[in-house]
Design a protein around this ligand. Structure first.
Ligand SMILES: NC(=O)c1ccc[n+]([C@@H]2O[C@H](COP(=O)([O-])OP(=O)(O)OC[C@H]3O[C@@H](n4cnc5c(N)ncnc54)[C@H](O)[C@@H]3O)[C@@H](O)[C@H]2O)c1
Ligand SMILES: CCCCC[C@H](O)/C=C/C=C\C=C\C=C\[C@@H](O)[C@@H](O)CCCC(=O)O
Length: 258
């Protein structure tokens, strides 16, 4: 799907990756409505992006994804997310429940077999699903959960008639406030910061929001693919991946699950 001229709804756009994704879509000619719980930051982002891309092309509404729906769109990007192991119920509400609700509302609205005009549902998941991370098990559960939800919908044989495509956008580590807040030793959000640093060194340099947003645009180049999991890689080799079960002795008897 070419984002030019399309209406996009995006959650969690006031800052971070969401803001970067909006700028990337606006630069391709999309119109974006975004929501966030951070009202001042949201208004400031709206003003800056209206200045850059035109007052008619980007709009902000205060909205908490755990208690709201939304209006007409071609592309829905459920991006809002938190990492707060000390408030695990909220983490599940924002990262899993609200993304599922947002996806289902988008599907109801878009499906061609019920009068809609088709569309694209993108949920920001995480490249972290390629790993197991002992200090944020609830965050991991939400991200793995979204992979299961999205890939299952993507396999639905009725999806072609519905005209809707599903994409799990899985960024690598990206330099945002989510990371900075998780790094705050006093926040209690991350119990073992050393493990986080080890993760960074294994995965290489943390990407900038702009780099992640540029990789995001590659999602729009392959509208016919039935694959759903788009993994961002630092070396520019981002692309679609499938999950496999592998015997503990290596790669024999691989069972493909997607
Ligand atoms: N930063 C990374 O390294 C990284 C990597 C992979 C995936 N992700 C995912 O990317 C997404 C964006 O993360 P980010 O790093 O940009 O974080 P961020 O904290 O910078 O931005 C998240 C935005 O979501 C908003 N938000 C949070 N709860 C909300 C709610 N209930 N309703 C509406 N808005 C809400 C926040 O106010 C904020 O503006 C998340 O889903 C995160 O899990 C982040
Ligand atoms: C305190 C930690 C917060 C983490 C938040 C966020 O969701 C984290 C993302 C972290 C890591 C992303 C890793 C991405 C890995 C991929 O780029 C890839 O290297 C995985 C290996 C698979 C492959 O290359 O084929």
């Amino acid at each position: 799907m070419d984002p030019c001229g399309k209406g996009v709804f995006l959650t969690g756009g006031a800052r971070g990756i969401g803001r970067g994704l909006m700028e990337a879509l606006l630069s391709k000619g999309a119109k974006v409505m975004f929501c966030d719980v951070r009202v001042e930051t949201g208004k400031a982002t709206e003003a800056e992006l209206q200045q850059k891309f035109g007052a008619d092309n980007v709009f902000f509404r205060e909205c908490d994804v755990t208690d709201s729906g939304f209006g007409a769109v071609d592309i829905c990007v459920n991006n809002a997310g938190i990492l707060d192991e000390s408030n695990w119920e909220k983490t599940i509400e924002v990262n899993l429940t609200a993304q599922i609700r947002g996806s289902q509302l988008a599907l109801d609205h878009m499906r061609r077999d019920r009068g809609g005009r088709g569309g694209l549902i993108i949920n920001t998941v995480s490249g972290i699903v390629a790993l197991s991370v002992h200090f944020c098990p609830v965050y991991m559960a939400t991200k793995h959960g979204m992979i299961g939800f999205m890939t299952s919908w993507a396999k639905n044989p009725k999806m072609k008639d519905m005209g809707v495509r599903w994409r799990c956008f899985c960024p690598a580590l990206t330099d945002t406030d989510l990371l900075k807040e998780a790094n705050d030793a006093d926040s209690g959000k991350v119990e073992d910061f050393n493990a986080y640093q080890a993760l960074c060194s294994v995965e290489g340099a943390v990407m900038s929001v702009d780099e992640t947003a540029q990789e995001f645009l590659k999602l729009f180049q392959d509208q016919d693919s039935d694959d759903a999991i788009f993994l961002v890689r630092h070396n520019g080799a981002s692309g679609y991946v499938r999950r496999q079960l592998v015997d503990s002795d290596g790669v024999s008897n691989i069972v493909t699950v997607d």
